[in-house]
Design a protein around this ligand. Structure first.
Ligand code: PLP
Length: 373
């Protein structure tokens, strides 16, 4: 321990940005006057249109959170049987598959991007496979072309968990425009948030009525309930937060870029750490700052030590989804994912993290890693 490097106030792993208070209250006043609180109100509709513009996608629907959006997507696509997915993701991805009575089939990941490895997908396809559910992990897009080629060849649907990729572009094209459906999460911990919230973008606009019914109990007309739906609607207060935050999203991403650049500056030379880098055809959103340590022991020790300096980090994603107690899978099938999960650590990452704070965090890491050798 180096006592002079201890932070007086705890550095959290993330911190939500909040919009201008008056802007938000302006929307709230409107909601008060109209007394229209949820079920596709005017703020909801405005937010939806603004989002479609920002993400440059034709079709989009809003949901109360990203997780239920994902479940509604799987239901709307009427999938059956098995879904090939990654174990290196947040619980939500796999839970959505399970909750829709589908079977997740875990595919190993790429050691550089941490995304599903397309070269390993085809071996897992059986006559029961109906879809590939891939995750753009840490805001780094999947190998979209390779995945689509496999899906076309085997007549599979492609769903992206794009919870980490709000505002990301690939070759100048918005990330919302790939696969059959993409899910975005607007949870408070994400780059862009509406407190809680979610969105689906989709290529086939005939999905819109189905999605709208599914998020409202499957009701299609006053006397018709066509689907076993859910309640997954976004309310007006969430939409108001989203609209206010959308006004400052470019600043948010710019500030995060600065934090990212500062981290790179202080960490790039360290032997024991592998950093996530983005290819030049990607416009990133700097959602996370994961580092990959030498081994499991070093990762755990560093996480613990940083805590003593009042720096909160996350073993994200550890354990793998395939190792959850609530499931029962053979985890030896995905050794690359296992290795990454054992060694990954996400450092604090949010717009307000100052250059001095980043420098101090990196000094602690440097000092502690030196100690471990
Ligand atoms: C946050 C997240 C989700 C769930 O989104 P919510 O809006 O919190 O329901 C799903 N998948 C991934 C990868 C996430 O990070």
């Amino acid at each position: 321990m180096k006592n002079e490097l201890v932070f007086e106030n705890t550095i959290m792993v993330t911190q939500p940005s909040l919009p201008n208070y008056e802007r938000y209250m302006g929307y709230i006043k409107g909601i008060w006057d109209r007394k229209w609180l949820t079920n596709n109100g005017p703020v909801h509709e405005e937010f939806k249109n603004e989002l479609k513009n920002f993400l440059r996608t034709k079709n989009g629907e809003l949901f109360t959170n990203g997780h239920l959006a994902l479940e509604m997507a799987l239901k709307a696509l009427d999938l059956k049987g098995e879904v090939i997915t990654t174990p290196f993701t947040f619980a939500s991805t796999t839970h959505a598959i399970k909750n829709c009575n589908l079977e997740p089939v875990f595919c190993d990941i790429d050691p550089v991007t941490y995304n599903i490895d397309p070269a390993k997908i085809e071996d897992l396809i059986t006559e029961k496979t109906s879809a590939i559910l891939a995750v753009h992990v840490f805001g780094n897009p999947c190998d979209i072309q390779a995945i689509q080629t496999i899906a076309d060849k085997h007549n599979l649907k492609v769903i992206y968990d794009a919870a980490h990729t709000f505002g990301v572009e690939v070759d100048g094209k918005g990330i919302a425009n790939f696969g059959d459906v993409s899910m975005f999460s607007f949870h408070a911990t994400k780059v862009f948030h509406s407190i809680e919230g979610g969105m689906l973008s989709f290529s086939d606009n005939s999905l819109a009525p189905t999605l709208n019914a599914l998020k409202n109990f499957g009701i299609t007309s006053p006397e018709t309930v066509e689907y076993v739906g859910s309640n997954a609607k976004m309310n007006e207060f969430q939409a108001a937060m989203g609209l206010s935050n959308l006004e400052i999203i470019n600043n948010e991403i710019d500030s995060r870029k600065e934090v990212y650049t500062n981290y790179l500056h202080y960490l790039e030379g360290l032997d024991d750490i592998r950093l996530l880098q983005f290819p030049d055809y990607v416009k990133p959103n700097y959602a996370y700052f994961p580092i990959l340590l030498k081994d499991h022991k070093q990762r755990n020790l560093l996480c613990e030590q940083l805590g003593k300096y009042n720096v909160i980090t996350r073993k994200y994603f550890y354990p793998l989804c395939s190792q959850f107690d609530c499931y029962d899978y053979d985890v030896k099938e995905t050794p690359v994912a296992q290795g990454v999960s054992d060694r990954i650590l996400c450092l604090p990452m949010y717009a307000n993290l100052s250059k001095e704070e980043v420098k101090q965090i990196c000094e602690i890491i440097q000092y502690e890693l030196g100690d471990f050798k």
